[in-house]
Design a protein around this ligand. Structure first.
Ligand code: R5P
Length: 295
């Protein structure tokens, strides 16, 4: 019997595309709220004896985690052979260290809630910084899909003579990867974060790249403060409005509008989180990863 993909609310287009790409069956589930705010979930009895994956991207995760964990339990109790999680954006990975007494490493706790309820996890470029590997926190089989190939293919097709720019040292890993795949040069800026919304970016040697199209690439754009600081610097240095590429378009509150107003050029993202900027599909890469896991 064909494996089955189900979608948490909001993940239907991604699940449809993944089902088509991976050649598996889409099945409905019920996920809704009771009037008192508690979650109600129901899995189809037809899942008995099938391998099932749940598509649920985990931006704004606090409202999603409870119904997701309940749905995983319901799918298993309906008789599924296995239950996998396709979470194109994996939440809480930036909370990877306790900076002050009394803080906790939330990434570990969220992983400890998810791991016992799923057999495997596929995600796209999780924020691996102080946690170097998913296996350090997730106790299940996992595959990390790198968006670099898809981003580089888009750049090659759409952007003439790109100069890739990483807004901070943490971005060096994926900017370097994208640049080499796109046969483009890259530079990395230096960032100092002074608070949740206060970011300073150092002056790079951009003069020698003036004939190129600047392309800022980052894994996550959340408040967009990092991108805005980088855009501001590039504009003051006399460069063209940079193309801004995010793997994960989190865009908290007015971040997207703020980035546009700061002088960004085209703003483009991968479809790990549904957003009007989604122009780079990572579905084929995710389908390859779920196949690799034997789904
Ligand atoms: C840094 O740790 C990440 O790679 C991103 O640069 C960061 O998450 C972006 O956050 P924000 O958009 O809030 O500046």
């Amino acid at each position: 019997m064909k494996p089955v993909i189900v979608a948490m609310p909001g993940n239907e287009p991604f699940a449809d595309a993944l089902a088509a790409e991976a050649g598996v069956e889409r099945m409905p589930v019920t996920v809704r709220r009771f009037p008192d705010g508690e979650s109600y979930v129901r899995a189809e009895p037809m899942m008995r004896g099938r391998r099932v994956s749940i598509a649920c991207t985990l931006d704004r995760p606090d409202d999603k985690l409870v119904p997701l964990l309940l749905l995983a339990a319901a799918v298993r109790e309906a008789g599924a052979l296995s239950v996998g999680l396709v979470a194109p954006y994996l939440a809480y990975m930036r909370q990877d260290r306790s900076f002050q007494p009394g803080e906790t490493v939330s990434a570990r706790h969220v992983a400890a809630w998810i791991s016992p309820r799923f057999d495997w996890l596929v995600t796209v470029d999780p924020h691996l910084h102080r946690i170097a590997e998913l296996s350090q926190v997730y106790a299940i089989a996992s595959r990390v899909v790198h968006a670099g190939h898809s981003v580089a293919a888009w750049l090659k097709a759409e952007v003439p003579k790109p100069l890739l720019i990483g807004p901070d040292e943490e971005s060096a890993q994926w900017v370097g990867d994208v640049a080499s795949r796109a046969d483009a040069p890259f530079v990395v800026l230096r960032k100092t974060r002074r608070g949740d919304r206060e970011v300073e970016v150092s002056v790079p040697d951009v003069e020698r790249w003036r004939s190129r199209t600047p392309v800022l690439v980052d894994d996550i754009v959340s408040t967009a403060r990092t991108m805005i600081a980088a855009v501001g610097h590039l504009r003051r240095a006399g460069m063209a409005p940079p193309v801004c590429v995010a793997v994960h378009a989190v865009f908290a509150q007015t971040a997207f509008e703020n980035l546009r107003e700061a002088g960004a050029g085209d703003i483009v993202s991968c479809n790990t989180i549904t957003h009007p900027t989604n122009r780079i599909s990572i579905v084929p890469a995710v389908a390859a990863a779920v196949r690799d896991l034997g789904f």
